[in-house]
Design a protein around this ligand. Structure first.
Ligand code: ATP
Ligand code: MG
Length: 257
């Protein structure tokens, strides 16, 4: 794990080294205008749930990842919604995932400070992104049923998508996307959030662990027949899977008593 200028003193064997490393990555991202203060709060909320997940990827999350990749590979026009935390934490991995699955990357922000869009575009480009949507505010369109800035979407991206992957999403926007008829895949460490509860597929895992795994799943699933991929997608039971994540958390907590 490489130290950056904000965390020169984290020893590799520190019990929370990885968590501290990513906190500093986010603070660095804030200095570069990629991340906002509320992005730091969202990360903290996620970390709390990760703690009671045992900071591990569960079988339920692995199953949800497979179903999610199957849904994306079966889609006509899949789009990945990228916000500041995603760009700061896993820029290379999200670009790799978009390339492996043929999904488009669209930057979609709640807080649109001057220079922020460019900073996020730059980190994605530095990590190999070619086509990036959401950059031209002049040709943007609006999703119904949503009042925040995030209702503004790209007509060639989220607006016309059939499947949208939303790592770290707010519940209002997840609902608006679902109401506009899209299939929504969420990555959310909190199985109780509105986003997790409303989405068609929810992966209860840390996106830092999850996206690299999804790149590998996509690589091997692409070799399967279309019918088999559809079967994986159709066999997924969202309610049962969310319950399994909650049960995992309950058992983890009980093991500590
Ligand atoms: P909702 O609006 O869906 O009810 P919320 O208001 O509790 O959820 P938000 O602040 O809107 O939450 O969105 C942040 C969400 O992202 C949180 O649910 C948090 O658990 C999740 N999160 C934060 N960091 C990560 C991460 N690294 N990986 C996965 N999920 C994360
Ligand atoms: Mg919210």
């Amino acid at each position: 794990m490489s130290n950056n200028k904000n965390n020169p003193t984290i020893p590799e064997d520190h019990p929370r080294a990885q968590s501290l490393h990513y906190r500093h990555v986010l603070v660095d991202g804030m200095e570069k205008k990629i991340v906002t203060p509320s992005g730091l709060c969202a990360h903290g909320r996620g970390e709390a749930y990760d703690y009671i997940l045992g900071e591990t990827t569960t079988d339920a999350a692995e199953n949800a990842m497979e179903a999610a990749v199957a849904m994306i590979l079966s889609a006509k026009h899949p789009v990945i919604s990228v916000n500041g935390n995603v760009a700061a934490l896993i820029p290379k991995e999200i670009v790799d995932f978009s390339n492996e699955t043929g999904s488009l990357l669209e930057i979609n922000l709640f807080y649109q400070a001057p220079g922020r869009l460019n900073a996020i575009e730059q980190i994605l480009r530095d990590n190999g992104a070619d086509k990036i949507l959401g950059l031209n505010e002049k040709v943007s369109v609006k999703l119904n049923n949503l009042s925040s800035n995030r209702r503004i979407v790209d007509p060639d991206g989220i607006f016309s998508a059939d499947v949208v992957l939303i790592p770290l999403e707010d519940g209002d926007r997840a609902e608006a996307l679902i109401e506009s008829g899209k299939k929504v895949i969420a990555i959310d460490l909190n199985p109780l959030s509105r986003t997790a509860q409303k989405s068609h597929i929810t992966i209860v895992d840390n996106l830092i662990r999850c996206i690299p795994k999804m790149v590998n799943i996509a690589r091997s699933m692409k070799k399967m027949k279309a019918e088999k991929i559809k079967g994986i997608k159709n066999n997924f039971n969202q309610k049962k899977n969310l319950d399994q994540s909650l049960i995992h958390m309950i058992q983890y907590l009980q093991s500590k008593i």
